[in-house]
Design a protein around this ligand. Structure first.
Ligand code: PEP
Ligand code: MN
Length: 338
């Protein structure tokens, strides 16, 4: 739509789309609203829409992922999580333990994230573990402690939903619902997330191509939830010096194909504490909109992923280095524009 298009013009375009038996998706932007069309079996005539008032142009989307594609919405999407803009000017740092382990542990973590310059708190209450005998998370009790941590520190919470059965519970407490790597192609879970009003953090599957990643996001948008943040968390390769191989080139690749923000998880992406900060800094240099990093008050005693968790001091140092790189790049770009 044109920048000045009003509600009535938007509604008229949607009516036209629906009168053809198709679905209209209103995707708001800072400058312009995009209206995606899905449900058509074959190509449509752009002229059918271009004549309607307020329409800037009608574009045929060539990609199989339609609503996430930059063709549909050229402008970057900014996703607000508890008041924090992900995909905007400022680098967003989300930190916290792999799992919520106790009320004290998550409160202490939240204070450390805040003191260390973080913007959001992470922590899983439902954990997708490789072994059924490993700690599976605290469930609703863990969600309540996350809410307590938010109450005390003001930090919004990012926490994972692992199945449709517990989705509603997670949705009630979370500010942003994480869908983990192992569930990236759990299509019923993606559809459920698409019917939620909460933003979704979608992690890349550990053996997914870029197209599969974007198609997974498309499931969420297709159900009407346009607030999706993508997250690179490393993929499986032959390399054995790390747990996963962090595929940073996916950051600019996503940015050229999609309007959705992409952040990086250097914790699961390396699986080794000493490699987290260097790869966090590299992620920022590569253009990531933010980072999600595991931080534990006492990493060696963590119930999950301690070996890849930073301690509070290391988290604060990482945050400082990342913000310095982000600021350097931003100031150079501002100067270039002038
Ligand atoms: C996590 O964030 O703790 C997690 C399990 O991540 P992933 O799904 O990327 O493995
Ligand atoms: Mn973890």
């Amino acid at each position: 739509m044109k920048a000045h298009a009003g509600q009535a013009e938007i509604a008229r375009v949607c009516e036209r789309i629906e009168s053809l038996g198709l679905q209209a998706h209103i995707i708001p932007g800072e400058q312009r609203t995009a209206i995606g069309i899905t449900g058509n079996q074959g190509p449509m005539d752009p002229a059918d829409f271009e004549q309607l008032p307020g329409v800037a142009e009608a574009i045929r989307v060539s990609k199989p992922y339609k609503l996430v594609s930059r063709e549909t919405k050229p402008e970057n999407t900014v996703v607000k999580v508890h008041g924090v803009a992900v995909g905007g000017e400022r680098l967003v740092l989300c930190g916290g333990p792999c799992s919520v382990e106790s009320r004290d542990q998550i409160l202490e973590s939240a204070r450390a994230v805040k003191a260390g310059g973080g913007d959001l708190l992470r922590g899983g209450a439902y954990k997708p573990r490789t072994s059924p005998y490993s700690f599976q998370g605290m469930g609703e009790e863990g969600l309540r402690y996350l809410a307590d941590a938010r109450e005390e520190t003001g930090l919004g919470i990012v926490t994972e939903a692992i199945d449709t059965e517990t989705f509603e519970l997670v949705e009630r407490y979370a500010d942003c619902i994480q869908i983990g790597a192992r569930n990236m192609q759990n299509f019923s879970l993606l559809r459920r997330a698409g019917r939620s009003r909460k933003p979704v953090l979608l992690k890349r599957g550990m053996s997914s191509t870029l197209e599969e990643f974007l198609m997974a996001a498309e499931y969420i948008l297709a159900e009407g939830n346009y607030n999706v943040i993508l997250c690179e968390r490393g993929v499986r390769t032959f390399a054995d010096h790390t747990r996963n191989t962090l595929d940073l080139s996916v950051v600019p690749a996503v940015q050229s194909l999609s309007h959705l923000p992409i952040i990086v998880d250097p914790s699961h992406g390396t699986g080794k504490r000493d490699k987290v900060t260097p790869m966090a800094v590299a992620s920022v240099a590569a253009g990531a909109a933010g980072l999600i990093v595991e931080m534990h008050p006492d990493p060696d005693r963590a119930l999950s992923d301690g070996y890849q968790s930073l301690d509070p001091g290391q988290f604060a140092e990482m945050a400082e280095e990342c913000r310095a790189v982000a600021e350097l790049l931003a100031s150079r770009r501002r100067a270039a524009v002038r």
